[in-house]
Write a protein that binds this ligand. Sequence first.
Ligand code: SIN
Ligand code: CO
Length: 416
Amino acid sequence: MTKKTLPRAASLPFEVDATRDHPLGMPAERFLRDYWHKRPLLIRNAFPGFETPVQPEDLAGLACEDGVLARMISLDRATGAWDVRTGPFQEEDFPGLPDHDWTLLVQDVDKWDADVRALLEQFRFLPRWRVDDIMISFAATGGSVGAHVDHYDVFLLQAQGERRWAIDARVAMGQPAPDLGFLEDVAIKLLRTFQPTHEWVLSPGDMLYLPPLVPHHGVAENPCLTFSVGMRAPSSAELIGDYLDTLIAEADEAVRYHDEDLTVPQDPNEIDARAMARAVEALNALRMNDPDLVGDWFGRFITTYRASGDVMPPPDAPSRIEMEWDLQRGAHLLRHPFSRFAWRRRSKGATLFCNGVDYVLPVREAQQLAGLESLDGATYGALSEDARDAVMGLAAQGHYQLAFGDDDPDTGDEEA
Ligand code: SIN
Ligand code: CO
């Protein structure tokens, strides 16, 4: 009897142990090749000895702030009814809560907390602009958001307490895809049916990676914190809609459908083949394939896509002269946490992008500015004039703020 060999992917494990050299349990290249966007993976001890930088009380405090995206999801087991409330919440909302079956979820905690943001360093094997945010949930025992799918990749890092995750990995096992239909008349999008193939209890430091559309359900075994590092994946409708807006804005009114080769039609009501060829030609004139046009549009688009917080200059922002004076005297420029930077090479030089604005700069400086969270006076002073103009242009929009000594942006009033 001949031994049947499994296709390579089907023999890959769904659970691995991280090592000191390989926090993903394997080299990042192998993770991207075999798992990323393809197969779920539980990584035991991805963050060994992990201690949460945010306590449940901190999360509750954040959920009471204006401008913070927070939700509370609870289940009444007696009736099976789900309830969803959106923040900002009041401090008084928390003490009266039961000790079971509710979850508080706060989006974008990486923007509000520098220690949480620092965790993103562990995800440098992914393009930074693909990362959306770190959402943190606190769940009382039994708390869950139900069985669902997400449309983007997510890393679920257990930060405190234990959570039981059940997933349906049938697609990755080469089996028919599950039904992804939703229950009707429920406050959240929950799967109508959920048949888990794998179940694990995660402890602090364990991390579950899920590609898009893998059904999953996480239930708190005890009061627990879970950090979700979520990715952004614009749909084709979002991409084409935004790109068309750019094309329309930049379109030359003088470039039109034209038919100087027109001959007398057989039937004046017919749109004939030659008319269609001219229509296609008029569309082609939209320069859809110009790499710099498409590249610059994509950079602007992706640095604004799903941006949740507004970046504004502080009301008493100092002038450029004042900022440059302070930079020479020990101040530094700190990037706004909601500012998204990226860069790309152009046919000549590079473009630096930040929240939908772009600056053409030398490659070295575009790369440097995209990578630095803070600029001191020496770094600023060594930049070319174009790069300094870009920094000051971004500072005028609030993307950089002057800071003195510590890391808190400051308008300068308290300078020592
Ligand atoms: C949670 O943290 O409770 C939900 C995260 C998820 O399922 O995506
Ligand atoms: Co999810």
